[in-house]
Design a binder for this molecule. Structure first.
Ligand SMILES: CC(C)(COP(=O)(O)OP(=O)(O)OC[C@H]1O[C@@H](n2cnc3c(N)ncnc32)[C@H](O)[C@@H]1OP(=O)(O)O)[C@@H](O)C(=O)NCCC(=O)NCCS
Length: 145
């Protein structure tokens, strides 16, 4: 298991993984574009040289808050700690550049993701009513680092 930085040549594989993991959602990402944008941080989880997960986060210039845009792990590789490792890598990186907070938005029906963030001591700081498909609410969560 290894976490590494994104390379432009990963874009196609990541788009496939993103589509596969968020079939019913609207979170489809253009990795080529994001990878060329300095405000975005992308970490890759690899197992035996295969990409099995990713984390995308956005930093905002002049701000010390980072927003997690998307995190996903291939279904066959879930529950093995890949998401925790991706989050650890993000936090280590952000501490080095003096960031103080991470925020994110998660569907209230996404129990595995909510458990993941709560395990990390993210706290719910707000709600977006009916934000997702089928009128499901979104929770805004935050973690001080
Ligand atoms: C959410 C997701 C990224 C978790 O990835 P993962 O690699 O399986 O997570 P980890 O193995 O690191 O698990 C870490 C913790 O998350 C929680 N968790 C993960 N999967 C869970 C599940 N199916 N049910 C309940 N809790 C779960 C647990 O607290 C777990 O810790 P534990 O194993 O000690 O109980 C993965 O399920 C996924 O890709 N889902 C689809 C995409 C998605 O919804 N992304 C999040 C929204 S942006």
């Amino acid at each position: 298991m290894k976490i590494r930085n994104f390379k432009i040549s990963d874009s196609k594989k990541l788009s496939k993984l993103n589509l596969f993991c968020f079939k019913e959602h609207t979170k489809h990402l253009d990795f080529l574009k994001l990878g060329n944008d300095k405000n975005y941080i992308i970490f890759i989880a690899e197992f035996k040289n295969n990409i099995v997960g990713y984390l995308v986060a956005r930093t905002i210039k002049g701000n010390d808050v980072c927003e997690i845009i998307s995190i996903a792990v291939q279904p066959n590789f879930r529950n093995r700690g890949f998401a925790l490792k991706l989050l650890n890598s993000l936090i280590d990186f952000l501490k080095k550049i003096n960031y103080k907070k991470i925020t994110l938005e998660v569907s209230n029906s996404n129990f595995s993701a909510i458990n993941l963030y709560e395990k990390y001591k993210f706290k719910s700081i707000g709600l977006r009513k009916g934000y997702y498909l089928n009128n499901i609410d979104a929770s805004i969560m935050a973690l001080d680092i």
